[in-house]
Design a protein around this ligand. Sequence first.
Ligand code: MG
Length: 384
Amino acid sequence: MTTRVALAGSTGSIGTQTLDVVRAENERAPGSYVVTALTAGSSIDTVVAQIEEFSPEVVAIADEAARHELADRISGVEIVADSVDVIETAHVVVNGVVGFAGLGVTVETLRAGKRLALANKESLIAAGPVVQPLRATPGAEIVPVDSEHCALHQCLRSSVQPDREVRRLLLTASGGPFRGQSADALADVGVEDALAHPTWSMGPKITIDSSTLMNKGLEVIEAHELYGTPYDQIDVVVHPQSVVHSMVEFSDGSTIAQLSMPTMHLPIGYALGYPDRIATPFGTIDWTTLSRLDFEAPDLATFRCLGLAYDAGRIGGTAPAWLSAANEVAVECFLEGNIRWNAIADVCVDVLERHDGAIPTSIGDVIEADQVARRIAEKIVEAQ
Ligand code: MG
Protein backbone atom coordinates (compact mmCIF):
# COMPACT_ATOMS: atom_id res chain seq x y z
CA MET A 1 0.00 0.00 0.00
CA THR A 2 1.16 3.52 -0.74
CA THR A 3 0.90 5.95 2.17
CA ARG A 4 -0.11 9.43 1.08
CA VAL A 5 1.65 12.11 3.12
CA ALA A 6 0.80 15.80 3.44
CA LEU A 7 3.64 17.79 4.98
CA ALA A 8 2.91 21.07 6.78
CA GLY A 9 5.99 23.16 7.40
CA SER A 10 8.01 21.48 4.64
CA THR A 11 11.02 23.82 4.69
CA GLY A 12 11.68 23.63 8.42
CA SER A 13 13.78 21.13 10.36
CA ILE A 14 10.97 18.54 10.73
CA GLY A 15 9.82 19.12 7.15
CA THR A 16 13.17 18.48 5.51
CA GLN A 17 13.81 15.44 7.73
CA THR A 18 10.38 14.03 6.84
CA LEU A 19 11.37 14.21 3.19
CA ASP A 20 14.66 12.43 4.07
CA VAL A 21 12.61 9.57 5.54
CA VAL A 22 10.28 9.40 2.53
CA ARG A 23 13.29 9.42 0.18
CA ALA A 24 15.05 6.65 2.13
CA GLU A 25 11.94 4.46 2.36
CA ASN A 26 11.15 4.87 -1.34
CA GLU A 27 14.71 3.85 -2.21
CA ARG A 28 14.14 0.58 -0.30
CA ALA A 29 10.63 0.00 -1.57
CA PRO A 30 9.69 2.30 -4.46
CA GLY A 31 6.19 3.75 -4.13
CA SER A 32 5.89 3.20 -0.36
CA TYR A 33 5.18 6.89 0.19
CA VAL A 34 3.76 9.66 -1.97
CA VAL A 35 4.02 13.28 -0.87
CA THR A 36 0.65 14.69 -1.89
CA ALA A 37 1.02 18.17 -0.44
CA LEU A 38 3.52 20.62 0.98
CA THR A 39 2.86 23.76 2.98
CA ALA A 40 5.38 26.47 3.77
CA GLY A 41 5.62 30.08 4.83
CA SER A 42 7.85 31.90 2.37
CA SER A 43 11.10 29.95 1.67
CA ILE A 44 10.36 29.61 -2.04
CA ASP A 45 13.74 28.33 -3.29
CA THR A 46 13.49 25.33 -0.97
CA VAL A 47 9.84 24.71 -1.90
CA VAL A 48 10.70 24.77 -5.62
CA ALA A 49 13.39 22.11 -5.10
CA GLN A 50 10.98 20.01 -3.03
CA ILE A 51 8.26 20.24 -5.69
CA GLU A 52 10.74 19.18 -8.38
CA GLU A 53 11.79 16.14 -6.36
CA PHE A 54 8.47 15.01 -4.85
CA SER A 55 5.82 16.26 -7.34
CA PRO A 56 3.03 17.06 -4.85
CA GLU A 57 -0.51 17.66 -6.10
CA VAL A 58 -0.99 20.84 -4.10
CA VAL A 59 1.20 23.36 -2.31
CA ALA A 60 0.00 25.90 0.28
CA ILE A 61 2.05 29.07 0.73
CA ALA A 62 0.97 31.45 3.47
CA ASP A 63 2.83 34.55 2.25
CA GLU A 64 1.03 36.23 -0.67
CA ALA A 65 4.10 37.60 -2.46
CA ALA A 66 5.85 34.23 -2.12
CA ARG A 67 2.73 32.49 -3.47
CA HIS A 68 2.77 34.63 -6.62
CA GLU A 69 6.50 34.08 -7.05
CA LEU A 70 5.99 30.32 -6.82
CA ALA A 71 3.18 30.45 -9.39
CA ASP A 72 5.58 32.21 -11.78
CA ARG A 73 8.33 29.67 -11.30
CA ILE A 74 6.43 26.35 -11.22
CA SER A 75 3.61 24.82 -13.25
CA GLY A 76 1.62 21.61 -12.92
CA VAL A 77 0.89 21.99 -9.22
CA GLU A 78 -2.10 23.60 -7.57
CA ILE A 79 -1.08 26.51 -5.33
CA VAL A 80 -3.34 27.57 -2.46
CA ALA A 81 -3.08 29.98 0.48
CA ASP A 82 -4.41 28.00 3.42
CA SER A 83 -2.53 24.98 4.75
CA VAL A 84 -5.74 23.30 5.96
CA ASP A 85 -6.84 22.99 2.32
CA VAL A 86 -4.25 20.26 1.69
CA ILE A 87 -5.38 17.84 4.41
CA GLU A 88 -7.92 15.93 2.29
CA THR A 89 -5.18 14.72 -0.08
CA ALA A 90 -3.47 12.50 2.49
CA HIS A 91 -3.66 9.46 4.80
CA VAL A 92 -1.22 11.03 7.24
CA VAL A 93 -0.57 14.71 7.86
CA VAL A 94 2.79 15.69 9.33
CA ASN A 95 2.45 18.89 11.32
CA GLY A 96 5.94 20.38 11.37
CA VAL A 97 4.80 23.99 11.61
CA VAL A 98 6.65 26.00 14.28
CA GLY A 99 4.67 27.36 17.24
CA PHE A 100 1.01 28.29 17.71
CA ALA A 101 0.62 28.78 13.93
CA GLY A 102 0.29 24.99 13.71
CA LEU A 103 -3.11 24.97 15.43
CA GLY A 104 -5.22 24.93 12.25
CA VAL A 105 -3.47 21.87 10.82
CA THR A 106 -3.82 19.94 14.11
CA VAL A 107 -7.53 20.71 14.47
CA GLU A 108 -8.52 20.15 10.85
CA THR A 109 -6.52 16.93 10.47
CA LEU A 110 -8.31 15.37 13.45
CA ARG A 111 -11.65 16.75 12.30
CA ALA A 112 -11.06 15.11 8.90
CA GLY A 113 -10.47 11.74 10.62
CA LYS A 114 -6.84 11.41 9.53
CA ARG A 115 -3.66 10.34 11.27
CA LEU A 116 -1.81 13.36 12.64
CA ALA A 117 1.96 12.97 12.89
CA LEU A 118 2.34 15.72 15.44
CA ALA A 119 5.64 17.57 15.73
CA ASN A 120 3.87 20.84 16.56
CA LYS A 121 3.45 20.36 20.31
CA GLU A 122 2.28 23.96 20.85
CA SER A 123 -1.10 23.29 19.22
CA LEU A 124 -1.90 20.40 21.55
CA ILE A 125 -0.56 22.24 24.60
CA ALA A 126 -2.40 25.50 23.93
CA ALA A 127 -5.64 23.98 22.73
CA GLY A 128 -5.82 20.74 24.73
CA PRO A 129 -9.41 21.16 25.96
CA VAL A 130 -10.60 21.87 22.40
CA VAL A 131 -8.41 19.31 20.58
CA GLN A 132 -9.28 16.39 22.91
CA PRO A 133 -12.88 15.86 21.72
CA LEU A 134 -11.70 15.84 18.08
CA ARG A 135 -9.60 12.75 18.78
CA ALA A 136 -12.87 10.79 18.93
CA THR A 137 -13.52 11.49 15.23
CA PRO A 138 -13.60 8.10 13.44
CA GLY A 139 -10.17 7.51 11.85
CA ALA A 140 -8.51 10.34 13.73
CA GLU A 141 -5.39 9.53 15.71
CA ILE A 142 -2.32 11.36 16.96
CA VAL A 143 1.08 9.74 16.63
CA PRO A 144 3.59 12.07 18.26
CA VAL A 145 6.70 13.20 16.37
CA ASP A 146 8.50 14.29 19.49
CA SER A 147 11.27 11.92 20.49
CA GLU A 148 10.11 11.60 24.12
CA HIS A 149 6.46 11.07 23.28
CA CYS A 150 7.33 8.68 20.48
CA ALA A 151 9.34 6.76 23.08
CA LEU A 152 6.40 6.77 25.50
CA HIS A 153 4.09 5.66 22.69
CA GLN A 154 6.36 2.67 22.04
CA CYS A 155 6.72 1.81 25.75
CA LEU A 156 2.96 2.07 26.35
CA ARG A 157 2.32 -0.50 23.61
CA SER A 158 3.66 -3.10 26.04
CA SER A 159 0.57 -2.68 28.24
CA VAL A 160 -2.91 -3.91 27.36
CA GLN A 161 -4.50 -1.71 30.03
CA PRO A 162 -2.25 1.33 30.54
CA ASP A 163 -4.91 3.15 32.60
CA ARG A 164 -4.46 0.57 35.36
CA GLU A 165 -0.85 -0.45 34.86
CA VAL A 166 1.10 2.78 34.32
CA ARG A 167 2.64 4.13 37.52
CA ARG A 168 4.53 7.02 35.99
CA LEU A 169 5.92 8.44 32.80
CA LEU A 170 9.58 9.44 32.89
CA LEU A 171 10.48 12.06 30.32
CA THR A 172 14.20 12.34 29.69
CA ALA A 173 15.85 15.73 29.08
CA SER A 174 19.34 16.28 27.70
CA GLY A 175 19.61 19.28 30.00
CA GLY A 176 20.53 21.50 27.04
CA PRO A 177 23.73 23.54 26.62
CA PHE A 178 23.59 25.05 30.13
CA ARG A 179 23.24 21.88 32.21
CA GLY A 180 25.15 22.08 35.49
CA GLN A 181 25.46 25.88 35.43
CA SER A 182 24.09 28.28 38.05
CA ALA A 183 21.57 31.04 37.38
CA ASP A 184 24.30 33.64 38.04
CA ALA A 185 26.64 32.06 35.52
CA LEU A 186 23.84 32.18 32.93
CA ALA A 187 23.02 35.87 33.39
CA ASP A 188 24.94 37.00 30.31
CA VAL A 189 24.75 34.05 27.91
CA GLY A 190 24.29 35.00 24.27
CA VAL A 191 22.06 33.70 21.51
CA GLU A 192 24.90 31.64 20.01
CA ASP A 193 25.53 29.92 23.37
CA ALA A 194 21.86 29.01 23.73
CA LEU A 195 21.67 27.72 20.15
CA ALA A 196 24.63 25.34 20.69
CA HIS A 197 22.65 22.23 21.66
CA PRO A 198 24.93 19.37 22.73
CA THR A 199 23.02 16.41 21.26
CA TRP A 200 20.07 17.45 19.06
CA SER A 201 19.98 19.35 15.78
CA MET A 202 16.68 21.30 15.72
CA GLY A 203 15.16 24.65 14.69
CA PRO A 204 16.03 27.83 16.67
CA LYS A 205 12.76 28.13 18.66
CA ILE A 206 12.89 24.62 20.11
CA THR A 207 16.65 24.86 20.67
CA ILE A 208 16.19 27.96 22.86
CA ASP A 209 13.31 26.15 24.60
CA SER A 210 15.74 23.30 25.32
CA SER A 211 18.24 25.70 26.87
CA THR A 212 15.61 26.98 29.35
CA LEU A 213 13.98 23.54 29.87
CA MET A 214 10.72 25.15 28.70
CA ASN A 215 10.76 22.54 25.96
CA LYS A 216 10.69 19.81 28.61
CA GLY A 217 7.99 21.67 30.52
CA LEU A 218 5.83 21.92 27.42
CA GLU A 219 6.51 18.22 26.83
CA VAL A 220 5.16 17.41 30.31
CA ILE A 221 1.90 19.12 29.30
CA GLU A 222 2.05 17.37 25.92
CA ALA A 223 2.43 13.97 27.64
CA HIS A 224 -0.53 14.75 29.91
CA GLU A 225 -2.66 15.69 26.90
CA LEU A 226 -1.57 12.72 24.78
CA TYR A 227 -1.83 9.97 27.38
CA GLY A 228 -4.17 11.42 30.03
CA THR A 229 -1.58 10.83 32.78
CA PRO A 230 -1.99 13.06 35.87
CA TYR A 231 0.81 15.60 36.42
CA ASP A 232 2.01 13.99 39.65
CA GLN A 233 2.67 10.81 37.65
CA ILE A 234 4.88 12.55 35.08
CA ASP A 235 8.53 13.06 36.08
CA VAL A 236 11.49 14.57 34.27
CA VAL A 237 14.96 13.06 34.54
CA VAL A 238 18.05 14.66 33.01
CA HIS A 239 19.97 12.28 30.77
CA PRO A 240 22.77 14.10 28.93
CA GLN A 241 23.53 11.44 26.30
CA SER A 242 20.01 11.63 24.77
CA VAL A 243 19.95 7.90 24.05
CA VAL A 244 17.10 6.91 26.39
CA HIS A 245 14.27 8.96 24.93
CA SER A 246 11.78 8.32 27.73
CA MET A 247 10.52 5.53 29.96
CA VAL A 248 7.33 4.15 31.47
CA GLU A 249 7.26 2.66 34.96
CA PHE A 250 4.54 0.07 35.47
CA SER A 251 2.56 -1.11 38.50
CA ASP A 252 4.76 -4.20 38.99
CA GLY A 253 7.95 -2.10 39.25
CA SER A 254 9.12 -2.73 35.68
CA THR A 255 10.45 0.19 33.70
CA ILE A 256 10.44 0.00 29.91
CA ALA A 257 12.61 2.48 28.01
CA GLN A 258 13.10 3.27 24.33
CA LEU A 259 16.70 3.78 23.19
CA SER A 260 18.21 5.03 19.94
CA MET A 261 20.77 7.62 18.88
CA PRO A 262 19.34 11.17 18.82
CA THR A 263 17.83 11.74 15.38
CA MET A 264 14.37 13.02 14.57
CA HIS A 265 14.27 10.73 11.53
CA LEU A 266 13.26 7.84 13.84
CA PRO A 267 10.15 9.42 15.41
CA ILE A 268 9.16 10.82 12.01
CA GLY A 269 9.49 7.35 10.45
CA TYR A 270 7.59 5.80 13.38
CA ALA A 271 4.65 8.15 12.81
CA LEU A 272 4.70 7.66 9.03
CA GLY A 273 4.81 3.88 9.28
CA TYR A 274 2.59 3.33 12.34
CA PRO A 275 1.36 0.75 13.29
CA ASP A 276 4.14 -0.90 11.27
CA ARG A 277 7.82 -0.08 11.58
CA ILE A 278 9.67 1.42 8.64
CA ALA A 279 12.59 -0.52 7.11
CA THR A 280 15.28 2.17 7.34
CA PRO A 281 17.28 1.85 10.60
CA PHE A 282 17.64 5.45 11.78
CA GLY A 283 19.49 5.99 15.07
CA THR A 284 20.88 2.46 15.48
CA ILE A 285 23.10 2.19 18.57
CA ASP A 286 26.70 1.02 18.37
CA TRP A 287 26.95 -0.78 21.72
CA THR A 288 30.72 -1.09 21.43
CA THR A 289 31.17 2.68 21.68
CA LEU A 290 28.24 3.63 23.93
CA SER A 291 30.07 3.39 27.25
CA ARG A 292 27.67 4.98 29.73
CA LEU A 293 24.20 6.38 30.33
CA ASP A 294 23.89 9.04 33.07
CA PHE A 295 20.80 10.28 34.88
CA GLU A 296 20.28 13.16 37.32
CA ALA A 297 17.47 15.29 38.74
CA PRO A 298 16.66 18.57 36.94
CA ASP A 299 17.75 21.88 38.56
CA LEU A 300 14.38 23.54 39.06
CA ALA A 301 15.86 26.68 40.67
CA THR A 302 18.01 27.58 37.65
CA PHE A 303 15.63 26.30 35.01
CA ARG A 304 12.40 27.85 36.29
CA CYS A 305 10.49 27.25 33.06
CA LEU A 306 10.12 23.56 33.86
CA GLY A 307 8.24 24.23 37.10
CA LEU A 308 6.19 26.94 35.41
CA ALA A 309 4.91 24.43 32.88
CA TYR A 310 3.78 22.08 35.65
CA ASP A 311 2.00 25.08 37.26
CA ALA A 312 0.27 26.01 34.00
CA GLY A 313 -0.69 22.40 33.32
CA ARG A 314 -2.23 21.99 36.77
CA ILE A 315 -4.15 25.29 36.43
CA GLY A 316 -5.45 23.98 33.09
CA GLY A 317 -7.95 25.87 30.93
CA THR A 318 -6.11 28.47 28.88
CA ALA A 319 -3.10 28.63 31.24
CA PRO A 320 -0.95 26.38 29.01
CA ALA A 321 -1.95 28.56 26.02
CA TRP A 322 -0.88 31.65 27.94
CA LEU A 323 2.43 30.11 28.95
CA SER A 324 3.20 28.88 25.45
CA ALA A 325 2.33 32.29 23.92
CA ALA A 326 4.38 34.19 26.51
CA ASN A 327 7.29 31.87 25.83
CA GLU A 328 7.05 32.34 22.06
CA VAL A 329 7.15 36.13 22.48
CA ALA A 330 10.05 35.94 24.96
CA VAL A 331 12.08 33.53 22.82
CA GLU A 332 11.60 35.71 19.74
CA CYS A 333 12.78 38.76 21.71
CA PHE A 334 15.79 36.83 23.01
CA LEU A 335 16.70 35.67 19.49
CA GLU A 336 16.50 39.31 18.34
CA GLY A 337 18.83 40.34 21.17
CA ASN A 338 16.18 42.40 22.97
CA ILE A 339 16.05 40.51 26.29
CA ARG A 340 18.47 38.43 28.35
CA TRP A 341 18.20 34.65 28.54
CA ASN A 342 17.12 34.83 32.20
CA ALA A 343 14.30 37.17 31.23
CA ILE A 344 12.56 34.44 29.22
CA ALA A 345 11.44 32.84 32.50
CA ASP A 346 10.70 36.27 34.05
CA VAL A 347 8.31 37.12 31.21
CA CYS A 348 6.58 33.75 31.53
CA VAL A 349 6.19 34.13 35.31
CA ASP A 350 4.69 37.61 34.94
CA VAL A 351 2.26 36.55 32.21
CA LEU A 352 1.10 33.44 34.06
CA GLU A 353 0.47 35.53 37.21
CA ARG A 354 -2.05 37.56 35.21
CA HIS A 355 -3.93 34.49 33.91
CA ASP A 356 -7.68 35.04 34.05
CA GLY A 357 -8.70 31.45 34.85
CA ALA A 358 -10.63 31.00 31.59
CA ILE A 359 -11.59 27.58 30.19
CA PRO A 360 -11.61 27.50 26.36
CA THR A 361 -14.62 25.88 24.68
CA SER A 362 -13.80 26.76 21.07
CA ILE A 363 -10.85 27.37 18.78
CA GLY A 364 -11.84 31.05 18.88
CA ASP A 365 -11.34 31.03 22.67
CA VAL A 366 -7.88 29.51 22.26
CA ILE A 367 -6.87 32.03 19.58
CA GLU A 368 -8.11 34.87 21.77
CA ALA A 369 -6.23 33.51 24.80
CA ASP A 370 -3.09 33.30 22.68
CA GLN A 371 -3.48 36.91 21.52
CA VAL A 372 -4.22 38.27 25.01
CA ALA A 373 -1.18 36.50 26.45
CA ARG A 374 1.03 37.76 23.60
CA ARG A 375 -0.07 41.36 24.18
CA ILE A 376 0.66 41.06 27.91
CA ALA A 377 4.03 39.45 27.17
CA GLU A 378 4.94 42.21 24.70
CA LYS A 379 4.10 44.89 27.28
CA ILE A 380 6.22 43.13 29.90
CA VAL A 381 9.11 42.87 27.44
CA GLU A 382 8.83 46.60 26.59
CA ALA A 383 9.00 47.43 30.31
CA GLN A 384 12.17 45.34 30.78
MG1 MG B 1 11.24 16.39 22.43
